[in-house]
Write a protein that binds this ligand. Structure first.
Ligand SMILES: [Zn+2]
Ligand SMILES: [Zn+2]
Length: 339
């Protein structure tokens, strides 16, 4: 595919299946790079985006935010990158650089992120994307592209809070959900020396949870076991989405325990325990650029690897269906077969 038109897969309106979509390539800004996409992971937030769950998506919408490819063109003044470099890109493709959060190095909280914080003009289920070179991460040579792709969202989303709370000496963690995010969270938490309990809706993933590094495993509707674990956990990391029965989970947190969301679950619960036990509930969103670089090195050093199924990008709608039916084990990465 030439650079004259770009081919992507777009939802033309909310909730639609993706269709081939061509568009003119955007011009490069001074610090931008154009990246020819070779691989792009499929994350549940792509599906949420197509469904406009977050209320910020405009259509046509080309999802895809676990991007790996090669730099094909650079603007006048790229930061430390050149044509031919292999890079990874996540949800964030730029930031304003001068708001209070950017000034603190917390670019993922940039006040301008919704309007102008992603790639231009579309996501990674495309022949190419344009980003600010500061948000394209040079990859270690020995890291396979499909592994790097998944780390760009799944990896950073779980590593960022796990490394932060590890420094606060929170040690007993419950990881809720063992899907795309959860199976990485178990590996990172184990490598960060947490005592890891996996809480899953099904006992079918028990063996794999232990293989990923879990120390304990609980089925979430096993109320008898949960009751025995009352006031046991410093921290719960929720990697799941959809409906969750929260009250039995809040009961296993220590007083002043913390629950951190990285998936996008629905939240409705009786607030008694939250108040009476002084619990905190918070979110964690991606990670800053320094943490992204640290995460790539940490994953490499500790042999942390997502479990991946490769599929051709032209079969994207089949891949989405598989993820929706919870049949992906554990992450699908699409290989660009049309460029
Ligand atoms: Zn994602
Ligand atoms: Zn900013």
């Amino acid at each position: 595919m030439s650079d004259i038109t770009i081919m992507g897969y777009a939802a033309m309106s909310m909730g639609q299946t993706l269709k081939p979509f061509t568009y003119e390539p955007p011009k490069l800004g001074e610090h931008d790079v154009r990246v020819s996409v070779t691989h792009c992971g499929l994350c549940y937030t792509d599906i949420h985006g197509i469904e406009n769950y977050y209320g910020v998506v405009t259509f046509p919408f080309v999802p895809g935010h676990e991007i790996v490819g090669y730099i094909s063109e650079v603007g006048k003044a790229p930061f430390g990158l050149k044509v031919g470099d292999r890079v990874g890109i996540g949800w964030q493709g730029r930031s304003c650089g001068y708001c209070e959060w950017c000034m603190r190095g917390e670019d993922q909280l940039c006040l301008d992120i919704v309007d102008s914080g992603t790639w231009v003009p579309y996501g990674g289920f495309s022949s190419s994307v344009v980003v600010d070179s500061r948000f394209a991460y040079l990859l270690p040579d020995s890291m396979p592209s499909e592994v790097a792709a998944v780390l760009m969202c799944g990896g950073i989303s779980v590593y960022s809070p796990l490394q932060m709370y590890a420094k606060q000496n929170l040690r007993k963690i419950g990881i809720i959900g063992i899907g795309g995010l959860g199976h990485l969270a178990i590996q990172f938490a184990h490598a960060l020396d947490y005592d890891v309990t996996v809480i899953s809706t099904s006992s079918g993933k028990k063996g794999e949870a232990f293989a990923f590094g879990a120390d304990h495993f609980i089925v979430s509707d096993d109320r008898a076991t949960l009751r025995q674990l009352e006031f046991n956990f410093d921290l719960l990391l929720c990697t799941a989405h959809g409906n969750i029965h929260w009250e039995p989970l809040l009961e296993i947190l220590k007083k002043r325990g913390k629950i951190v969301m990285v998936g996008f679950p629905d939240i409705t619960f009786n607030s008694t325990d939250l108040i009476a036990h002084e619990l905190s509930m918070t979110g964690s969103f991606l990670g800053n650029r320094a943490t992204m670089k640290e995460m790539l090195s940490f994953a490499q050093e500790h042999g942390i690897k997502p479990r991946i199924e490769l599929m051709p990008m032209s079969e994207i709608n089949d891949a989405i269906e598989k993820v929706k039916q919870n049949k992906a084990r554990y992450r699908i990465v699409l290989v660009n077969d049309k460029i």
